[in-house]
Design a protein around this ligand. Structure first.
Ligand code: ADP
Ligand code: MG
Length: 325
């Protein structure tokens, strides 16, 4: 696990002192329920950035739980059982993460997450009995993927890929940009960041970790990143406060209600963004201790946990590269 970061540090030192990042070619849009952007520093122009966003929009048509035209919607409504390679792959990955996190990450929380609308003007709590009823129809073990066929053991199970799809899409956009000859870019899918290459001139990008509850630009710390993904799950992201209590969108698969522990945010640093996305959500559910154990046991993955006393907890491979701001 440490290897990756020592290497990164070495590279940072080796190439330091070269060039300054110029004005990037940028395209932005509201996609995947969030503000997304692609900034290309080297190897492509605005058209290429826009083409990457178009690709992002086409993936949304596969993975959206709420869009009636999406492939996942049709699968969830049992209109189809044969799915595209992409959907089969992400569901299979999600199920793998269900297994490796002991069910903390569960893509079948859909029947419960459907009851929440965090974007509503006047948000309301779901009915407790309905949450319990629907929770009985969750469980990643009840879904299987063989080739392109998805099978549900329970007719009421709903798949929600909200905890993993953005990471998968970030990886595909990075592949696309590399294929177009881009050598330096940042893909930002709303808190799901991928740094392609390094800054023009060779210095690594510096990724800031947001100070919980503050504006996006206010950081608590940062780290250098080159060909790396940094994904953050925060309880302040999609949430609302009712009668003095904060309700957020990461659900505890044991209770069906928002996870309650002492975490404010978890950021995962990894080569593949899909791993960072699933693990940031999973670690949030697991909590600091079990989440950190999982990260330490996973090759090539590092983490920053922020607890509600605003303390920063780093995995071993970040100790030498992470800095407070
Ligand atoms: P964000 O959408 O802000 O990037 P996350 O990656 O942490 O946040 O994913 C949260 C989303 O994942 C929720 O909005 C919901 O769609 C889904 N989800 C909620 N709880 C779980 C869970 N325990 N396991 C897997 N997915 C979950
Ligand atoms: Mg996630």
């Amino acid at each position: 696990m440490r290897k990756l970061f020592l290497w990164l540090l070495a590279l940072g030192l080796l190439l330091s002192g070269c060039g300054q990042a110029g004005e990037p070619a940028e395209a932005g849009a509201f996609l995947l329920d969030t503000a997304v952007s692609v900034r290309i520093y080297e190897g492509g122009g605005r058209d290429t950035a826009q083409a990457a966003l178009d690709l992002c929009a086409s993936y949304e048509k596969i993975f959206s739980r709420t869009d009636p035209d999406s492939e996942l919607y049709r699968l969830n409504h049992r209109e189809i059982t044969q799915v595209s390679d992409e959907l089969a792959q992400v569901i299979a990955l999600g199920l793998d993460y269900g297994r490796s996190t002991g069910g903390a990450f569960d893509i079948t929380m859909g029947a419960v997450s459907e009851l929440w609308d965090f974007a509503a003007e006047d948000p309301a709590l779901p009915d407790g009995e309905e949450v319990a009823r629907r929770l009985a129809h969750t469980g990643w073990e009840t879904v299987s993927v063989e080739g392109n066929t998805v099978t549900f053991a329970d007719p009421e199970t709903v798949i929600d890929l909200g905890g993993v799809a953005k990471g998968y899409i970030a990886d595909r956009l990075a592949d696309f940009l590399r294929g177009e000859g881009v050598t330096s870019a940042i893909i930002d899918l709303g808190g799901n960041l991928y740094c392609l290459g390094s800054r023009p001139g060779g210095e690594p990008f510096q990724v800031g970790i947001q100070y919980p509850y503050e504006e996006r630009q206010t950081t608590i710390g940062g780290l250098p990143a080159e060909n790396l993904s940094v994904v953050t799950s925060g309880l302040y992201e999609r949430s609302f406060t009712l009668d003095g209590r904060l309700y957020h969108h990461i659900l505890d698969p044991d209770t069906g209600w928002p996870v309650e522990n002492d975490l404010l945010a978890v950021s995962i640093v990894s080569e593949r963004s899909v791993d960072g996305d699933a693990l940031s959500t999973a670690c949030f559910v697991l909590g600091l201790e079990a989440g950190m154990d999982l990260v330490e046991d996973t090759e090539g993955v590092e983490a920053v946990f922020i607890t509600d006393d605003f303390q920063v907890h780093l995995s071993s491979g970040l100790e030498e590269v992470f800095y407070l701001t």
